[in-house]
Design a protein around this ligand. Structure first.
Ligand SMILES: *[C@@H]1O[C@H](CO)[C@@H](O)[C@H](O)[C@H]1NC(C)=O
Ligand SMILES: *[C@@H]1O[C@H](CO)[C@@H](O)[C@H](O)[C@H]1NC(C)=O
Ligand SMILES: *[C@@H]1O[C@H](CO)[C@@H](O)[C@H](O)[C@H]1NC(C)=O
Ligand SMILES: *[C@@H]1O[C@H](CO)[C@@H](O)[C@H](O)[C@H]1NC(C)=O
Ligand SMILES: *[C@@H]1O[C@H](CO)[C@@H](O)[C@H](O)[C@H]1NC(C)=O
Ligand SMILES: *[C@@H]1O[C@H](CO)[C@@H](O)[C@H](O)[C@H]1NC(C)=O
Length: 927
């Protein structure tokens, strides 16, 4: 339901109400026959028209044109008075050319050509000679190019609509001076016309003394004068200047439009505050200031605007508390303040807004509790209070008269719902999200009464116990169901058999146990991870084996599943993400897993899988992640990974029994950011071609979305696309949505020999390099100091010799270093944080100087080193600032804060993501 509502809403946004889409057939006096010259004119006009649906079949050579489709004659004179040729529906659209024969319709008042497709041709100049016109509608007609100034000759016009709509190509003006030839004009719509050259648009529209309705949406206007005599415009009733680029404050003259009923200044780059003079707009019915950068406190004078029905201030920077007297706006139907910084309590007085159907306060800092008298809002259909700081108890009284409520979207508050066990709510909800509320300890039984519920999120709500069977009886209506992060248990074997199509089900992080449930084939997302499901997955995977599976994301990770992974993947070819990690699976990888050609992410880590990686895997062109760490795989690392899995970003083969060389072919993986081959039996040298890992050579992060949005369905949640357990800085951490920020090579605990290739130092974006526990010889590359992103280096337990390169002291992000147990000699370069590491990170060498306790003798000291070292100390204060940032980064890996601080690009993406979520009514599950 939500999906289709959303679509309808979108359709209304894109296509203004098609007022003229209903055709009027000629209704004229039966005695009257149309005038010959006019019939000829119309027939000539028809010849140049493309009419793919043959809609003008009634326009025949000898017919009475007063009875033709779209033609209206005057009831006394029989002159053609109106031409209604608007279309709207694609297959019905007229095209072709406009024949000047129309000039013979000397009495035409009304000409409507809207919603057609005159395939990117200009508006013909001859229209300016149709002097009798009072109404001309060329909206959405596909004309492009310069609007002819001859339209300014239509001195009788009352109505002119040139809205260009969504058509590609520019419809534009060089100036608007011709407008002054239209003194009777009441309604002017030039939306989506490029008016960027008409910087004096206000002065020129102000020459129209009769203007009531002015619509200049999407006009690329870059200027709005702050001071100007706008006296002629003060009679405006409707003003739409939305979606322009004013980069200015709201001009004071706007507040003098005391007859204005509809004002839309949305998304027009307006700044500053709202003047208390807004209280002068006493006729206002609808005000939309959304999507600007307006701030400050809302003026109390708002309480004067008693005619208001719609007020949209969303997506601005308003702060302070809401004026109490908002409750005086008794006619309000829709009210939105979402995405601002409004704080303090939700005014009690809002409970008096008895006409309210839509209230959106989401993403603010409202605190205190929900006013009890909200329960009186008997017309309220939608209540969005997501992501505020509301707390306290919400009881049955809060809902006592909310009989119309359909959508209650309130995640991200600290509210506690206390209702009696057998509460019978007065509403039938379609959408309910109470994520992170306290609903516990028992499962909210009243949900079983909600027979329209399609979208339910009660994740992280402290509920425990067994889910009642009567709740699962509703499962055939759930398009989106999120019960994750609770303490629910019990078996659910047959509870998910009858899901509606495209359903998204998240039961992760509970204690559900027993066998995996059977799941209908049309489910697109199923997350059962982090539960206690056990036993084989054969029945689950091979259920209705001949039915194509719609599943795009399947996460069964972190359970107690065991046995072989069955060879039943043939019909699961929509899968993009598959996680079977952290279970007890044994045996080989089945060949049919290779048929998942859309797979982007494969996690099989921490099982007991064995054998070789099957060559059927070579259809891995879409794979970004292969994580098979901590299994018992054998054989050499397949060289085809380098050629066939060309989009690979993460390759983790850690802790298996792979042997042989690191294949040079891997270096073809130019997108690779994380390569973990540690804890295997690899031998030979580190390939010099590592310099080809171009993603690691840059500090840029990939823009690849790290969250997964189901490609069908429209249900409010995205999932972390990737996650990987990484050992960085000596700790195992689970990295998820910020994985794309991580660049790491781990070759530790193998039998690698030879020198560290100097080519490694070209990997300027690399943050972690772990080569410990190998047989490496030679010296540390002299210019390692150029790897400016390094935060962690572990070269311990090798046979490296020579001195520590002084350039290492310029690695300002470095906060983990282990060089212990090598054959390094000489003085530890002095003067930077190399001294801040614990001495244990240097022991087992022949080093001297701080932080080691043994002082250097003259022989140890290389004077050049000392000089080079101190050369890099110029920005010491700044360096330490970054070091502490980098430390924050480690901690932040568990949350999202660290990377938001560090990386602007990611921060922007994150907030765009949140933005996006708001529209799609999405909830965000962190990590
Ligand atoms: C002709 O139409 C006008 C309105 O356009 C109407 O007022 C008038 O009654 C009509 N006359 C006849 C004879 O139908
Ligand atoms: C207002 O309209 C009148 C009448 O058309 C015109 O003479 C006058 O110049 C207009 N005022 C401005 C400031 O444009
Ligand atoms: C608002 O109205 C008051 C009182 O009528 C008037 O003094 C003031 O100038 C008006 N402000 C604007 C901006 O029109
Ligand atoms: C709400 O927040 C304000 C500060 O923004 C604080 O002064 C006030 O005590 C808070 N009210 C409640 C009920 O928590
Ligand atoms: C609920 O609505 C009914 C009828 O509209 C009214 O009589 C009653 O007082 C209302 N109750 C509350 C608590 O607002
Ligand atoms: C795997 O099986 C072993 C032995 O049966 C058991 O000790 C271990 O807990 C199991 N692990 C998981 C993740 O179920």
């Amino acid at each position: 339901m939500e999906g289709s509502l959303g679509f309808l809403f979108l359709a209304f946004l894109i296509i203004p109400l098609p007022n003229f889409f209903i055709f009027c057939t000629g209704h004229s006096h039966s005695q009257l026959r149309c005038i010959d010259t006019e019939r000829h004119a119309l027939l000539t006009f028809k010849q140049d028209l493309i009419d793919p649906f043959n809609r003008l079949s009634s326009w025949t050579a000898h017919g009475d044109c007063c009875h033709w489709l779209g033609v209206v004659c005057h009831n006394l004179t029989a002159h053609v008075h109106q031409l209604n040729l608007g279309s709207y529906y694609e297959p019905l659209m007229f095209g072709g050319k406009l024949n000047p024969s129309l000039l013979d319709l000397k009495h035409l008042n009304y000409f409507d050509l809207s919603f057609n497709n005159f395939s990117a041709s200009p508006i013909p100049e001859f229209l300016g000679s149709m002097k009798s016109l009072t109404s001309l509608n060329l909206s959405y007609a596909g004309f492009v190019g310069l609007i002819p100034r001859q339209l300014g000759n239509l001195s009788n016009l009352l109505y002119l609509n040139l809205d260009h709509g969504y058509f590609p190509g520019d419809l534009y003006v060089n100036n608007l001076e011709w407008l002054s030839g239209l003194p009777l004009l009441q309604h002017l719509d030039m939306s989506s016309v490029n008016l960027s050259k008409a910087s004096d648009w206000v002065q020129l529209t102000n020459t129209l003394p009769s203007l009531l309705d002015l619509r200049l949406q999407y006009c690329q206007l870059r200027f709005i004068p702050l001071v100007v005599d706008v006296h002629n415009m003060t009679s405006l009733r409707h003003l739409d200047l939305s979606r322009n680029y004013f980069n200015s404050s709201i001009p004071n003259w706007l507040y003098s439009f005391s007859r204005l009923e509809f004002l839309n200044l949305g998304s027009s780059n307006l700044q500053g505050t709202i003047s208390s003079a807004i209280g002068n707009l006493t006729s206002a019915i609808s005000i939309d200031l959304s999507g600007n950068e307006l701030g400050g406190k809302l003026p109390v004078s708002f309480g004067n605007l008693s005619s208001l029905t719609n007020l949209d201030f969303s997506n601005n920077q308003f702060s302070g508390t809401l004026p109490q007297n908002l409750g005086q706006l008794k006619n309000l139907v829709e009210l939105s303040f979402s995405q601002n910084s409004i704080s303090g309590p939700i005014p009690m007085s809002l409970g008096n807004l008895s006409s309210l159907t839509y209230l959106d306060f989401s993403n603010n800092q409202f605190n205190g509790t929900l006013p009890q008298n909200f329960g009186q809002l008997s017309k309220l259909e939608t209540l969005y209070i997501e992501s505020n700081m509301l707390e306290g108890v919400v009881s049955e009284v809060h809902f006592s008269n909310l009989t119309s409520l359909i959508q209650l979207y309130a995640p991200g508050n600290k509210l506690t719902l206390e209702v009696s066990y057998n509460w019978n709510p007065p509403f039938q909800l379609g959408v309910l999200s109470l994520r992170s509320w306290n609903l516990g300890p028992n499962f909210p039984g009243w949900l079983c009464s909600q027979r329209q519920l399609q979208n339910l999120d009660i994740s992280n709500t402290r509920i425990s116990g067994v889910v009642p069977p009567s709740f699962w009886n509703l499962s055939s209506q759930f398009g989106f169901l999120n019960l994750s992060q609770n303490l629910l248990y019990g078996e659910i074997v047959n509870s998910l058999i009858n899901l509606p199509s495209d359903s998204v089900i998240d039961l992760s992080s509970n204690h559900f146990n027993g066998s995996l449930p059977y799941v209908s084939s049309n489910t697109i997302v199923l997350d059962l991870s982090n539960n206690s499901f056990s036993g084989s997955i054969s029945h689950f995977l091979c259920y209705k084996m001949n039915e194509p599976k719609q599943m795009q994301l399947l996460n069964l990770g972190k359970n107690h599943l065991s046995g072989k992974i069955p060879n039943c993947w043939m019909k699961w070819n929509n899968l993009e993400l598959l996680n079977l990690g952290i279970n007890n699976f044994t045996g080989n990888i089945p060949t049919s897993l290779g048929s998942l050609t859309l797979l982007r992410s494969l996690h099989l880590h921490k099982n007991k899988l064995s054998g070789k990686l099957p060559s059927s895997f070579q259809n891995c062109d879409n794979l970004m992640t292969i994580d098979v760490a901590e299994n018992e795989f054998v054989g050499s690392i397949p060289s085809w990974i380098g050629h066939k899995c060309s989009n690979l970003m993460i390759l983790s083969l850690r802790s298996n029994n792979f042997l042989g060389h690191v294949p040079e072919e891997l270096c073809a993986l130019t997108s690779l950011q994380i390569m973990d081959l540690s804890c295997n039996k690899l031998s030979g040298s580190i390939p010099r071609c590592v310099k080809n890992f171009s993603a690691m050579a840059t500090k840029d992060t990939s823009n690849y979305p790290m969250r997964f949005n189901p490609s069908v369905g429209y249900y409010g949640e995205s999932f972390p696309l990737e996650s990987a357990l990484l050992v960085i800085k000596g700790q195992i951490l689970e990295y998820s949505t910020i994985l794309q920020l991580v660049k790491s090579i781990d070759l530790s605990m193998n039998n690698l020999s030879g020198e560290i290739p100097i080519e490694v130092t070209t990997l300027q974006g690399l943050q972690s390099l772990n080569l410990s526990y190998n047989l490496l010889i030679g010296s540390i590359p002299e210019n390692i100091g150029t790897m400016g992103s390094l935060e962690s280096i572990d070269f311990s337990m090798n046979q490296l010799s020579g001195q520590i390169p002084s350039s290492m002291s310029s690695l300002t992000f470095l906060n983990h270093l282990n060089l212990s147990n090598n054959n390094l000699t000489g003085k530890i370069p002095f003067g930077t944080q190399l001294q801040s590491f614990n001495a244990s990170n240097y022991i087992g060498n022949k080093l001297c100087g701080l932080p080691l306790s043994n002082k250097c003798t003259i022989d140890d000291v290389d004077p050049n080193n000392e000089n080079k070292g101190s050369k890099h100390n110029g920005g010491l204060e700044v360096d330490w600032f970054f070091v502490s940032l980098a430390l924050g980064f480690v901690v932040g890996f568990w949350g999202v804060c660290g990377p938001l601080l560090l990386n602007k690009q990611w921060r922007i993406m994150y907030f765009q993501f949140l933005d996006h979520m708001r529209y799609k009514l999405k909830s965000l599950v962190l990590l």
